[in-house]
Design a protein around this ligand. Structure first.
Ligand code: ADP
Ligand code: MG
Length: 675
């Protein structure tokens, strides 16, 4: 039985939907090991077509091709891959070496695809290369070799897995006659070693070296002539037989991607830089949001006593209290509902001025972890409350009794008010004296309107109040504060009894304050307007941060498209390489893996770069802001960095999937023809 047998081979190339071109017509051939066959024929006669079909690169044929008895037309993908890896080696006219790989890497490529370990790989490749006279050229790139050397590297690549068949399509077509002879010597030696060599050639001189010359014309075999005896197997050169046959490993794929990226370093640095800008902006926006949030929390904590929670009446709690008074029935407890929403709205709440009933205080006392309740009064008015100093009237908006909720940081000058003393805000004092401090010790008349009743009294200014950095109503408006006792006296002097509308709940532990605040709101009371505002503000800030990050995220989308484009270009540039990879047994999966590895690496680098730049900018930015405002504003966290890198990798890999699939699906024959 002949080693390679071709029966009734017909090959058609589809031209249009209806037309097809009959490229090989009823080809009937058989070959044996040890033969060196020259295929000659005019250009366009079908030589390359025949080679591609024989080598299993083109599976769209009719008829039968048997190698070692097996019909390659019936091969499954895995069998075909093994056929390419082990049985057949290709040599091309244009060498088709992978330009960014060294001589050694080019030769080991097939073994890399089979996941042969690095040492075995190199050892075997060096053995073959040395035999072909390329000992001093292992590290060179193909561009640094002469034509003859390139072709010898290509031969080494074809031989390294010790195939049975060598298919050579015009191997000397691009070489001068002297180098041609050297290459032919090698090819002849291969046949003498018991391989079947089928070689396309134009040159009669080349054909004369072969054992047999097959002439093809217009797709038909018109002559088949024996020239010499078939070589008996001399074994002048024995290659160690391959052993394992696994698939391209993860690290090998990464290494191949790295080698290619190194070759186009400038371009890849630019892509990574471009892609990193998106990552950087997203991280910076998150860091900014975080920084502003930290800043707010810090200032809040500085100006607010963490042990204290505020509670105010709402219409809801008032109704409940009234019901209880009317019917003596227990009030319906519980919050939630739409009423609560209104109660928590600081603007609505500020316009109400509802006094606590006894039942309300009793209810608040039932909240767990409340140690003490301090009753206070605060009101908000437009125009009705004034301070009179030397017959001049100064309206103010916010009146309140002081509590432990105020800290020393709220006192700009002077001290907290004692009996018959008041605290006024800086702006009010400045309306009278150019320096607010001069107001301390002065006597003022305070006129208030409490539930429609006018109250007046004379008080000494004990200090100047500042809201510090706190947010909330007190920070924005002119305010007057006195102790609850002074306010009670003021009511009494004017024939009224004090009606507290604000309760300060002292927690037994600072950590329980949030629980108490939640309970206050669940019971239907309003919390501290400052807290509510801060909460609203924080929520707005969060939304704002996400919007900013989202906008920054658009640049991620741009990066993705950029990476996609670049990888597409890379696929086009590397079409020949992909063809070679397929010819030497690279599965679609392996090729996809190489390209996906490349996008993975781009993603990783851009991520790292983005995080690096973002860290640098936040460092510099923080130093600048710290010098100007005494605080830092860009708070990066390891989580943001990790998120940045992961996002970058994911985006890049997703963008790389399409080009990688395109690469994997390339037709090897077309890929190899590409130049
Ligand atoms: P050779 O290698 O002998 O010069 P080829 O085998 O490349 O010739 O081509 C044989 C014939 O098949 C030519 O007429 C060529 O135009 C045609 N042919 C080759 N490839 C294709 C293809 N993909 N589609 C259509 N026709 C093709
Ligand atoms: Mg050809």
């Amino acid at each position: 039985m002949p080693f390679l047998e071709v029966n009734n081979l017909n090959k058609y190339y589809p031209i249009t939907d209806k037309d097809r071109f009959h490229a090989l017509k009823d080809v009937q051939l058989s070959f044996d090991k040890g033969e060196l066959v020259s295929i000659i024929g005019e250009s366009g006669s079908g030589k390359s077509t025949l080679m591609n079909v024989l080598g299993g690169l083109d599976l769209k044929f009719e008829g039968e091709i048997r190698v070692d008895g097996e019909n390659i037309g019936h091969f499954k993908e895995k069998e075909m891959v093994n056929f390419h890896k082990e049985k057949v080696g290709f040599i091309f006219q244009s060498f088709n070496l992978v330009p960014h790989l060294s001589v050694l890497d080019n030769v080991t490529l097939a073994m890399t695809l089979s996941n042969v370990d690095a040492n075995t790989r190199k050892e075997r490749a060096k053995e073959v290369l040395e035999h072909l006279g390329l000992k001093d050229h292992y590290k060179k790139k193909p561009s640094q070799l002469s034509g003859g050397q390139k072709q010898r590297v290509a031969i080494a690549r074809a031989l390294v897995n010790d195939p049975d068949i060598i298919i050579a399509d015009e191997p000397t077509g691009a070489l001068d006659s002297q180098t041609s002879d050297q290459v032919l010597d090698i090819i002849e030696e291969i046949a003498k070693n018991g391989k079947l060599v089928i070689m396309v050639t134009h040159s009669e001189r080349v054909a004369s070296r072969s054992t047999r010359v097959v002439t093809i014309d217009d797709g038909k075999i018109i002559n088949d002539e024996k020239r010499k005896n078939i070589h008996d197997h001399k074994n002048t050169f024995q290659i160690k037989k391959r052993q394992e046959n696994k698939n391209l490993g993860f690290f090998a794929a990464i290494r191949m991607a790295l080698l290619n990226m190194k070759e186009k370093l400038g371009r890849n640095i630019l892509i990574a830089l471009g892609a990193s800008i998106g990552i950087m902006s997203v991280i910076l926006m998150l860091a900014l949001g975080n920084g502003v949030n930290d800043y707010l929390t810090d200032t809040m904590n500085e100006n607010v006593n963490p042990m204290i929670s505020e509670a105010r009446m709402t219409e809801e709690t008032q109704e409940e209290a009234d019901e209880e008074l009317d019917t003596e029935a227990p009030a319906e407890q519980g919050g939630g509902g739409p009423g609560n929403l209104a109660a928590n709205n600081p603007i609505v709440q500020l316009s109400k001025n509802i006094a606590f009933e006894e039942s309300n205080i009793a209810e608040l006392e039932t909240i767990p972890h409340v140690e003490e309740i301090e009753l206070a009064y605060s009101s908000f008015s437009i125009g009705s409350d004034t301070v009179v100093y030397e017959d001049e009237s100064y309206p103010f908006m916010n009146f309140g009794t002081i509590s432990a909720n105020m800290t020393d940081s709220n006192i700009l000058y002077g001290s907290f008010p004692e009996n018959s003393e008041v605290l006024i805000t800086e702006e009010m004092a400045e309306n009278v004296f150019s320096t607010a401090e001069d107001m301390i010790g002065e006597e003022v008349e305070v006129k208030l309107s409490v539930n429609g009743s006018p109250l007046t009294g004379n008080y000494t200014v004990s200090g100047i109040y500042t809201a510090g950095n706190a947010i909330g109503p007190a920070s924005a408006y002119d305010s007057v504060f006195m102790t609850m006792d002074t306010f009670a006296d003021m009511n009494e002097e004017n024939g009224l009894t004090v009606e507290p509308n604000l309760a300060y709940l002292y927690a037994d532990e600072a950590s329980k304050s949030q629980m108490i605040k939640d309970e206050i709101s669940d019971l239907g009371y309003a919390g501290s307007s400052t807290d509510t505002l801060a909460e609203t503000f924080t929520q707005m800030l969060d939304i704002f941060t996400y919007i900013l990050s989202g906008v920054a995220g658009i640049s991620l989308f741009v990066s993705a498209i950029m990476i996609l484009t670049v990888l597409y270009i890379s696929v086009v540039e590397r079409t020949q390489e992909i063809g070679v990879l397929k010819a030497i047994g690279g599965r679609n999966k392996d090729i996809r893996r190489i390209f996906v590895s490349e996008s993975f690496l781009i993603g990783l680098f851009s991520g790292l770069l983005g995080v690096g730049i973002a860290s640098f900018i936040s460092m510099v930015g923080n130093i600048a802001v710290e010098n100007l405002f005494g605080t830092t504003i860009l708070h990066m966290t390891p989580a943001y960095a990790l998120f940045g890198i992961l996002a970058s990798i994911v985006i890049s890999v997703v963008a790389g999937v399409f080009p990688a699939n395109k690469a994997a699906r390339l037709d090897p024959i077309e890929a190899l023809r590409h130049d």
